[in-house]
Design a binder for this molecule. Structure first.
Ligand code: F6P
Length: 368
């Protein structure tokens, strides 16, 4: 129960996502409000397993003053890694080769040695799978979902997604004028791994002519016919948004590289699609890859607010004795309501809404 907690740790694992610092901000403010100490683990679990690698130690004490000014910053002040699986840690051998070892017992021991009562693990599916396994070994854990890809089943939204989509949309907006001037097909490849959320949302917002996503395998002939019809109808250029994980019917994803112990790196499908569309339509085509630009920059207001709310929510979960859970956002889906009902009442913010509570935890006054 909450009385037993005196000190918690937070780590960020996997690819960075805009909003990570907002989570850290939310965690520290909420925990300090309960009188708990907070330490940040550098670079996933590396700060715990290899503290000597870090100039000022692998654990960093987090105070309100440390995190007050970080919510608007991209990246993570703790650093991150996607090579840090403690169950499959890659260690160098004296002969120069490497082997994988399970360091999870040692990691658990280090949590005890550092008197850390619980961990808030901020990550995507890889990091949360590790967090779940550590929880099963006895570590008290609450997860916070993070990924620009928005591909975690149990939450409607992950922070980082909105920033990535906003940036991608801005890029697509900019491509319209150059595509029109040259009467070209512009193919924009966006990240997202095996899900098409970023492509779908940015393509929709950016008025793309075609959106290719992993969930709907495409036929290049069908895409070309669609674009040609629009050309004939008077729109002389096209914008095609392609998710990096998109694949043709009966085909597979385009892989950039494969490395032992790491997830395969997707990429290159935009170039392939552009070349094929040029060949089939006879229209000049160009491709552009937005790549890691989607992960950079300042988080949008939405991602900052989601981040601090998730962070404060994780502390709340621990304070209520929850363990082995992930904070999730679950608003309802699109619904249809009678018009009379829709306008009958002004929608006001409930005083106990998540975002109001998060603002209070951040020491923001509503004047009451
Ligand atoms: O999961 C986030 C993500 O940015 C994916 O969209 C992308 O496929 C992958 O990470 C890229 O990873 P890395 O930073 O290792 O290149």
């Amino acid at each position: 129960m909450s009385e037993a907690i005196k000190k918690i740790a937070i780590n960020t694992g996997g690819g960075d996502a805009p909003g990570l610092n907002a989570v850290i901000h939310g965690v520290v403010y909420a925990a300090r409000g309960l009188g708990w100490k907070v330490v940040g683990i550098r670079e996933g679990y590396d700060g715990m397993l290899e503290p000597e690698r870090f100039q000022d130690g692998g654990l960093v004490e987090l105070h309100r003053s440390t995190v007050r000014e970080i919510s608007h910053l991209g990246g993570t002040i703790l650093g991150t890694t996607n090579r840090g699986n403690p169950f499959r840690r890659v260690v160098a051998q004296s002969d120069g080769s490497t082997r994988e070892v399970d360091c999870s017992d040692e990691l658990l021991q280090r949590f005890h040695q550092n008197h850390i009562d619980a961990l808030i693990a901020v990550g995507g599916d890889g990091s949360l799978t590790i967090a779940d396994r550590m929880h099963r070994k006895g570590l008290r854990v609450v997860g916070v979902p993070k990924t620009i890809d928005n591909d975690l089943e149990s939450t409607t939204l992950t922070f980082g997604f909105n920033t990535a989509v906003s940036f991608a949309t801005d890029c697509i907006d900019r491509l319209h004028s150059t595509a029109l001037s040259h009467r070209r097909i512009m193919v924009v490849e966006v990240m997202g791994r095996y899900a098409g959320w970023i492509a779908l949302h940015a393509g929709l917002a950016g008025r793309a002519d075609a959106i290719l996503i992993p969930e709907i395998p495409y036929s290049i002939e069908a895409v070309a016919a669609h674009l040609t019809r629009k050309h004939v109808d008077g729109k002389p250029y096209s914008i095609v948004v392609v998710a990096e994980g998109a694949k043709p019917s009966g085909g597979d994803v385009t892989v950039k590289s494969r490395e032992a112990g790491r997830a395969e790196r997707l990429g290159g499908i935009g170039e392939v699609v552009a070349a094929q569309l040029q060949e089939v339509t006879g229209k000049e085509s160009r491709s552009i890859v937005l790549g890691h630009l989607l992960r950079g920059g300042s988080p949008t207001a939405m991602d900052r607010n989601l981040g601090v709310t998730f962070g404060a929510g994780a502390v709340y979960a621990l304070s209520k004795g929850m363990d082995g859970v992930m904070v999730a956002l679950k608003p309802p889906r699109l619904d249809f309501v009678p018009l009379s009902e829709a306008v009958a009442k002004l929608k006001l913010i409930p005083p106990d809404s998540e975002f109001v509570l998060a603002a209070r935890i951040l020491d923001i006054s509503f004047g009451d």
